[in-house]
Design a protein around this ligand. Structure first.
Ligand code: PEP
Ligand code: MN
Length: 267
């Protein structure tokens, strides 16, 4: 969907405008209590979306794989209770309809950016609902490969795609992945897609998250993804990079000030 060949129907995501959306929530949905604690914090801060993994794409097969459909049930009930929209990852074509029936937004993770049959299936499953697809960049993909892959989703019927930069695999080891902040203006220049920046997975450690989030807003992002957990030390995945609820609340307050400099609101 390049500037040249896109028609007048722009992604209706309330973005590339004056709002920056935050997709906050735990890496994995672990229990109703854990997810409720995060949802209460997120809703209390006036935010509109919550994220959380139910099917986890773990590099190590012995790591926690997620609660599966039980996690989706927790997500739907909690989202309803707090009036939050819900976002979760789909890792398998066989789960597309199931996940679609539970949530408001579907995420494609970095490990599946080039899984073209999954992308086509996501496009087909969301063709009528036009639910948002948050499309993460492959950790070793160029921007042009990533943009081309997004067309598998749009050509299958859903143009409501938000691109999500989440860091690249490079020689650098000081961070978990190298965040390509330039992806934000480049995507804006080369397409009409809105851009999210996941600042938690490139950071790898929570102390780096605030700087990356502020830089992303300054670069013009339309959304941020931030992992938050009521007790990160006990998290079943990605503990070191998840913010505590109070750290998150403090960060949102700071981010609102940064966003205001650019005339934007955080939602
Ligand atoms: C996630 O957002 O939970 C996730 C697994 O991210 P990524 O695909 O970017 O590693
Ligand atoms: Mn994670």
């Amino acid at each position: 969907m390049s500037n040249e060949n896109m028609n007048a129907s722009l992604p209706d995501l309330g973005t590339r405008g004056d709002e920056i959306r935050i997709f906050a929530g735990p890496c994995s949905i672990e229990s109703a209590e854990q997810f409720d604690a995060v949802a209460s914090c997120v809703a209390g801060l006036g935010l509109t979306w919550i994220r959380g993994g139910a099917f986890k794409p773990r590099t190590n097969p012995h790591s926690f794989q997620g609660l599966g459909e039980e996690g989706l049930k927790i997500m739907r009930a909690t989202g309803k209770a707090y009036g939050l929209k819900t976002l979760t990852e789909v890792i398998d074509s066989a789960h597309c309809s199931l996940v679609h029936s539970y949530v408001d937004g579907l995420q494609i993770g970095t490990r599946n950016m080039a899984n073209f049959s999954l992308l086509k299936n996501i496009g087909l499953v969301t063709a009528e609902s036009h639910k948002m697809v948050l499309f993460k960049r492959g950790m070793a993909a160029t921007i042009s490969e990533w943009l081309a892959a997004a067309e598998y989703i749009t050509m299958s019927g859903n143009e409501q795609v938000m691109m999500c930069e989440r860091g690249l695999r490079t020689f650098e080891t000081a961070t978990r992945f190298t965040l390509d902040i330039s992806a934000v203006p480049v995507i804006h220049k080369q397409s009409l897609f809105p851009v999210c920046v996941d600042v938690s997975h490139p950071a790898g450690t929570r102390d780096l998250v605030p700087s990356l989030a502020k830089a992303s807003i300054a670069a013009g992002c339309d959304a941020l993804m931030i992992e938050v957990h009521p007790n990160p030390q006990a998290a079943l995945s990605d503990g070191p990079q998840q913010l505590t609820l109070s750290q998150f609340a403090e960060l949102v307050e700071e981010l609102r000030k940064v966003a205001a400099v650019f005339g934007k609101d955080i939602v």
